[in-house]
Design a protein around this ligand. Structure first.
Ligand code: AHR
Length: 634
């Protein structure tokens, strides 16, 4: 057992904490959007998923950019997610086509032919994102089709062949038309398929097939999976960063995120190769991102491409003309979010889409993980224009290998974005990083961080080290204005990134231990950080404690503690007689390796403990004490 004393000095103010300190970072990685946050159940609903990534040539199972960036890309399945089934003596085929498309930008179609359907069945079916999860309630089936098959029987079928919802759809004729029907699902099931069975002989060209739950987060029509969205909302993020991450940059400029391509009817969104190994649908488009920010009460932080592709890959540096195009895109995106519909064509599009009021866009980051002269030249061009046109926004510069002492410095920025993906030990070793950081009137935004090495899918040791890091950031709140853990979401069947805050598969959704620390700290935010000292009496010499305290608007004191030690520690808090502990929360586990999982989703989570000013801290435990003033209680 170790012993420690923590002294809180409520009368000695250190700094003010930014009200936007805690936020989230979203990127379409690990099927974060498609198959995750986005509620669509059909995978490859526009049949475009097998297309060779934009701006690449195909060579021996790889997509290759002009600059030599290569990505694995197989051509063996022309219609990913879709399958054919026949029974009895019926004959059927299923193949892809781009003939006579409805929309030349989204030309791919699925063609189904059916013969002898009086003696059997011909069915095309979609397996979703590793199966579809459904709950009792209504689902909207939307299709754009043409052809001679006169009707379709649609079913949601479990892996055991049980039908949990069905409907009949009458087709259509020779021209493409959009048809919708409602399926009422009778029971909860995982691993389901959507089946579409021909009601007659003939041929049918499918241009688009969507199956969407009517119940989405805040009941938005093209909305979010309520269970995953709620997990994000429960973090009470002050800001929501999107769309990334590397997807802002792309493997080449043709695959860089283009906000305009993500607007408008979902059937006209072509999607794009996503650099994390799959094509995304852009079902969560720019408008949906902004709506989601509003729905969770977060400010939007939008990252724009400044005319270069990912520098960690084989970068493409855009020409003057291309840079100008990206700059115009940035202007249009900002106008779309906050412009006046009477004077801006892009803001008018927002109003037409049902949102005349501006969205809560507050932050613009120029580039993602960009560096060097190529970056600084582009940054300068962007900031000169954007700052003048939109002076009320807060501008963020990348800090990826930027030499803070170099002669060449950008003229203006509000915040500099630093990223850390390291071991838990490294986070502890960074305990003084920002104490020594130059104070030059600019702020820091820690835009991506996670203890993600040697920690499994995210364990207690990682959560504790991040807590220590966050405590250090809060202590430097005069400098560090915002922080977002990254990445946010992960479908367990496509774990591209080693450690992610919220994981899911089928109907299971859980947060790793870091999630619970984020939630605890984000829910309890002080306004003023005060001086706090820690004295450890450790027999083993290995006990490490980080602590910070702060005062909230209502006079409550919050004390956050990260206890990085193999042994328990008896800690005593000294804060003065006028304060009494009201609440004590802990996030801890039986071992630093402890993780959450589908089987044990809340194994490590926030525990409500008896509030004492002296208590035993478990090894690798994170604690939060809430003190009231006696006067308030009496
Ligand atoms: O968060 C995953 C990736 O890590 C981001 O896309 C990138 O910005 C960083 O390198």
């Amino acid at each position: 057992m170790n012993f420690a004393n923590i002294r809180v000095h409520p009368d000695q103010m250190k700094c003010t904490l930014s009200p936007d300190f805690y936020g989230v970072f979203f990127e379409e990685i690990n099927h974060a959007g498609d198959g995750g946050l986005y509620a669509e159940l059909v995978r490859n609903r526009n049949f475009m998923d097998a297309r060779i990534p934009e701006g690449t040539a195909w060579y021996q199972d790889r997509a290759v950019t002009e600059n030599g960036q290569t990505e694995p890309w197989k051509l063996d399945d022309p219609l990913p997610g879709w399958h054919l089934r026949t029974t009895g003596h019926a004959n059927g085929t299923m193949y892809g086509s781009i003939e006579n498309p409805r929309n030349h930008d989204v030309p791919n179609q699925l063609v189904m032919t059916a013969e002898n359907t009086t003696c059997g069945t011909v069915t095309v079916y979609n397996t979703g994102y590793w199966g579809m999860t459904v709950f009792p309630g209504e689902y909207r089936l939307t299709m754009i089709v043409r052809g001679t098959i006169s009707s379709l029987h649609a079913e949601i079928e479990t892996p055991y062949g049980e039908t949990v919802g069905s409907c009949e759809v009458t087709a259509v004729g020779e021209a493409f038309s959009k048809i919708s029907a409602t399926l009422t699902v009778s029971k909860h099931a995982n691993g389901c398929h959507l089946t579409l069975t021909a009601g007659s002989d003939g041929v049918l060209m499918f241009d688009f097939v969507s199956l969407f739950p009517k119940q989405t987060f805040k009941n938005r029509e093209n909305g979010m999976n309520p269970r995953i969205a709620q997990m994000i909302a429960d973090l009470s993020p002050s800001f929501f960063r999107f769309p990334g991450g590397c997807i802002v940059e792309g493997i080449c400029l043709e695959t860089a995120f283009s906000f305009a391509d993500t607007l408008g009817p979902v059937e006209d969104r072509k999607g794009c190769y996503n650099l994390w190994g799959y094509r995304r649908s852009d079902g969560i488009g720019y408008h949906e991102y902004l709506t989601f920010c509003e729905d969770i009460g977060a400010k939007a932080l939008y990252v724009v491409n400044c005319g270069m592709s990912c520098q960690c890959r084989a970068p493409e540096y855009g020409t003057d003309e291309q840079i100008e195009k990206f700059l115009n895109d940035a202007i249009h995106a900002i106008e779309y979010a906050i412009g006046d519909p009477l004077t801006s064509e892009w803001a008018a599009r927002r109003a037409q889409a049902g949102h005349p009021e501006p969205f809560p866009l507050a932050y613009i980051e120029i580039g993602n993980e960009n560096w060097g002269d190529e970056y600084l030249v582009r940054y300068q061009r962007f900031i000169d224009t954007l700052k003048q046109r939109f002076p009320s926004l807060i501008y963020i510069i990348n800090d990826y290998h930027v030499d803070k002492n170099a002669a060449k410095q950008p003229a203006f920025y509000d915040l500099i974005d630093e990223h850390f993906y390291v071991t838990p030990e490294r986070f502890l070793a960074m305990a003084h990083r920002y104490d020594r950081y130059p104070r030059n009137g600019k702020g820091v935004y820690v835009g991506e961080y996670a203890a993600n090495q040697e920690v499994g899918i995210g364990n207690m040791a990682a959560a504790c080290a991040e807590a220590a890091f966050l405590i250090h950031l809060e202590e430097n709140g005069d400098l560090v204005k915002m922080a977002s853990y990254a990445p946010l979401l992960c479908h367990m069947r496509d774990r591209k990134w080693p450690v992610n805050l919220i994981c899911y598969e089928d109907d299971h959704v859980f947060g790793i231990p870091s999630y619970h620390v984020q939630k605890l700290f984000s829910h309890h935010r002080a306004e003023q950080i005060v001086k706090t000292t820690v004295a450890v009496d450790s027999f083993t010499g290995e006990a490490q404690i980080r602590a910070t305290a702060g005062i909230c608007k209502d006079g409550t004191i919050l004390l956050k503690i990260a206890h990085f030690s193999k042994e328990p520690t008896q800690v005593t808090i000294h804060i003065g007689d006028q304060f009494v502990p009201r609440k004590l929360f802990g996030v801890f586990a039986e071992s630093p390796e402890s993780e959450n999982s589908i089987e044990k989703p809340e194994h490590v989570s926030i525990q409500d403990l008896p509030a004492e000013d002296s208590f035993v801290m478990r090894p690798y435990g994170v604690y939060l004490l809430v003190f009231d003033t006696k006067a308030d209680i009496e």
